[in-house]
Each structure stands twice: as C-alpha cells, then as structure tokens.
Design a protein around this ligand. Structure first.
Ligand code: PLP
Length: 420
C-alpha cells in the first residue's frame, strides 16, 4: 500500500500565495479570537485530514454497492462504516450521510414526505426557527404552506398548547421541531402525541443539538421521530455537511429524495469525514465533552446575568444561550459589532417578541461548543462573561476595545487550538 498523500501546504504557498495567506490568517483568527458562535466548533485533525484527501476526486452517485460510477470499492467501505456508526450511535434504523449541508438535508425531508403546496407546521423564524422552516425567501416558504408556532410570553418556551391547536386546525402533513436559536430542551414525547393525533409526519431538525444527543447529554429525538435531519459541523464537531436518520419504513423515500431527488454525487471526502467524527462521538471523552458544553453554557448565561443582562427563558439547558441586552442600552447589532472589535466572535439575535427589526435585534446568541473543545471550563466562562460585558459597554471606544482584545488574546493563548 502506498503512503498517504496529505494536504501539502507548501505546494499551495508556492502555487497560490494569496489563498495560502487566507488559510494562515483564518487559522490565526480561530486561534486568537473568542469563538462563541453557537453553530461553530473546531473539528479534529483526523477529520481535517480526511477532508483534504483524494477522496474529494471520486464520483460516487448512488449508494454503496449500487453506484452509477466504477471505482467506488474504496469509498463504499467508508460510507458503509459511516452508516453503521450512525445507526449504532443514535440507535437509528436508517442513516443517510450524503446531504451536503443541513439545508440540503431539509430539502430532502420535504421531498420525501410532502408535495409542493402541502401544509407543514414549524417553529416561527422570529422565535428561533431556521430559514428552511418556512421563510418567505427560502424554498420552504415559497413552495409550501408553512404555518408557524412560537413560544409562550411568560416562559419563552415552545407553546405546546398552541402547537396542538394549530395542528388540529390545519392538519399539516408534517410537523417540524428543532431550531437555531432556542436554548431549552424540546418535549419530543408531546410532539409525537400531537403528530399521532392529526396523522402528521414527525420531523425533527436537530442541527444544533444533535451533538449533545450523540454525547448522551440530552434526550434523543430518534425514538420518537419519523426522521431526524441535522448538520455534522455544529456541536457534533465533524466536517461541514448534513445527515438524516429515519425509521426503516422511510429509508427508501429518504434515500431517493437525497439522490437522485436533490443531489448528484456525494462529497465522499465529507462522507468519510462524517464516519471519522461519528467514531469520535462514541467515546467517553466526547460524552464528557457534551456534558461540559452544557455546564459551561449554564455558567456563561448565569455570569452574563450577573453582569446585568437577561438570559432568555431564564437560562439554558443546551449549548447555546440567548441574551437580551436591552438593559445595556445597546442593540444586538451594535453589541455584535462592539464584541467583534474586541476579538469576541458571536452573533446578534432576535429575542422572542423582539421590538427591534430582525436586522437590528435586542439580543446576542452565544454558544460554548468551540470554547469547550479548546479546553475552557467554568472559571473561563466567568471571564468570558466579563469580557462580553466590557465589550458591549465600552467596545465602541477604540482604545478600550484594543485593551479588551488584549485580554481576549491572553485568555485564548492559554487554550491553544490546533497547537503547532
Ligand atoms: C444550521 C441549521 C441548518 C442549516 O445547516 P447548513 O449546513 O447551514 O445548511 C438547518 N436547520 C437548523 C435548525 C440549523 O440550526
């Protein structure tokens, strides 16, 4: 067997110094700034090696053993291992590793279970849902009749009574649960009961929290749902991509919807990278990691409350927290910009019933998946909360922002990612 042909950075530097410089600067940015975007993480060197491999060259339309191209014997092994690992890790009856992204996986879900014009019930975007859950600028909102449910005013958690009433009123083909900016756990059992009562497909978009499920830190939607779609690059810490788990009875519909329904050839380097990540997720180290991500997020939300800001729904049960920063007199947009000036990367986010426009917002969203991978713990979460508070208050002042950035860099220097 030949030796591995791995990523050759020197070759890139000599052939394309401009792009080589982007790669170097991006690595520095990831190492030095505080990475608090709830949907990001630092994938492992093993996953990066797989992504940068010659598997990228291979066309493999179809599924293992049933391809439309020759020469798939090696990539078949990778995909079969990945499928077996996914089924084992999540206790799922079927797994499809080919969706290029979370949004692509969702296109396949709609295609497997609905026809254009059908009614789908999903969480409102303003209250945490995703673009693919019925936004008017997305295919889901253009091609489907999407009815939205939201959260309760008093506790900012999903209004299950409203969800149930809407399900009986509109008789949706499919009910979607899962969101991009929802810090609480979801009652999958209740949603299953509602789906059964109205004969709807139960689809869970677990993009954000599936890593916590993989690490056995929160309850799994897999036993309840007809299908679970997700991204592999958020808390799960794998390569950029998507995946779908389903009951065996939906296996053929899901596979057909992914290929040939909406994609051509799978990205086999990413499929193999998903297999590598799934093996990592099955370890006790990863389970410890998933628990720490939640502990850290609880600490971060509580510490931000100590700084005078309000955690939506009173805190968090997951890897992300939504923080209402109106008490500071700064909007979400301005807060995001001030943090960015100070070396803190997070995003502005609407809070439930936000009085501001979606482009301004009253809140920020923070997540602890990446900083926990870097090795940070509760003491560092307290420090991060104080850095965020300083940035939001003083980050408009260039000198003060520069001082905060110095403090950010001395914190991240103690927790190096991708050490040299
Ligand atoms: C991130 C996310 C997606 C989309 O994933 P992409 O890989 O960016 O396409 C879909 N649904 C939810 C709930 C998400 O959080």
């Amino acid at each position: 067997m030949s030796t591995f042909y791995g990523p050759d950075f020197q070759a890139l530097q000599s052939s394309d110094p401009q792009i080589a410089e982007v790669l170097l600067k991006e690595l520095d940015r990831q190492r030095m700034n505080l990475q608090l975007i709830a949907s990001e993480n630092f994938t492992s060197p093993a996953v990066l090696a797989t992504l940068g491999s010659t598997l990228s060259n291979k066309y493999a339309e179809g599924y293992p053993g049933k391809r439309y191209y020759g020469g798939c014997e090696e990539v078949d092994v990778a995909e079969e291992i990945g499928i077996a690992r996914a089924k084992e890790l999540f206790g799922a009856e079927h797994a499809n590793l080919q969706p290029h992204s979370g949004a692509s996986a969702n296109v396949a879900i709609y295609q497997a279970f609905t026809k254009p014009g059908d009614t789908v019930l999903a969480m409102s975007l303003a209250e945490g849902g995703h673009l693919t859950h019925g936004s008017k600028v997305n295919f889901s909102g253009k091609w489907f009749n999407v009815v939205s449910y939201g959260v309760r005013k008093d506790n900012e958690r999903i209004d299950y009574d409203e969800l149930e009433a809407l399900a009986h009123q509109h008789k949706p083909k499919m009910i979607c649960s899962g969101a991009t900016a929802y810090p609480s756990l979801i009652d999958f059992k209740r949603i299953r009961q509602i789906c059964d009562a109205v004969g709807a497909i139960m689809w869970v978009d677990a993009a954000h929290f599936i890593g916590l499920v993989a690490g056995k830190a929160i309850e799994s939607p897999v036993p309840y749902a007809d299908a679970v779609s997700f991204t592999t690059h958020k808390v799960l810490r794998g390569p950029r991509g998507g995946m779908i788990l389903s009951k065996a009875e939906h296996a053929a519909a899901i596979d057909k919807a992914v290929f040939p329904g909406m994609q051509g050839g799978p990205i086999m380097s990413a499929v193999a990278g998903k297999a590598v990540a799934l093996k990592e997720c099955a370890t006790s180290e990863y389970q410890d990691y998933a628990k720490k991500v939640i502990e850290n997020c609880k600490e971060l939300a509580a510490s931000l409350e100590n700084e005078g800001m309000r955690a939506v729904s009173g805190g968090t049960e997951t890897h992300l927290a939504l923080i209402d920063i109106r008490s500071t007199g700064v909007t979400g947009k301005e807060g995001d910009e001030r943090c960015s000036q100070s070396g803190i990367t997070l995003n502005k986010n609407a809070i439930p019933f936000d009085p501001e426009k979606p482009s301004i917002t009253s809140g920020i969203r923070v997540g602890t998946a990446a900083v926990t991978t870097a090795g940070m713990g509760r003491a560092e979460m307290k420090e991060i909360a104080s850095l965020i508070a300083r940035a939001i208050r003083d980050g408009a002042d260039r000198e003060k922002a520069a001082k905060i950035m110095q403090d950010v860099h001395s914190l991240t220097a103690q927790f190096p990612v991708y050490p040299r």
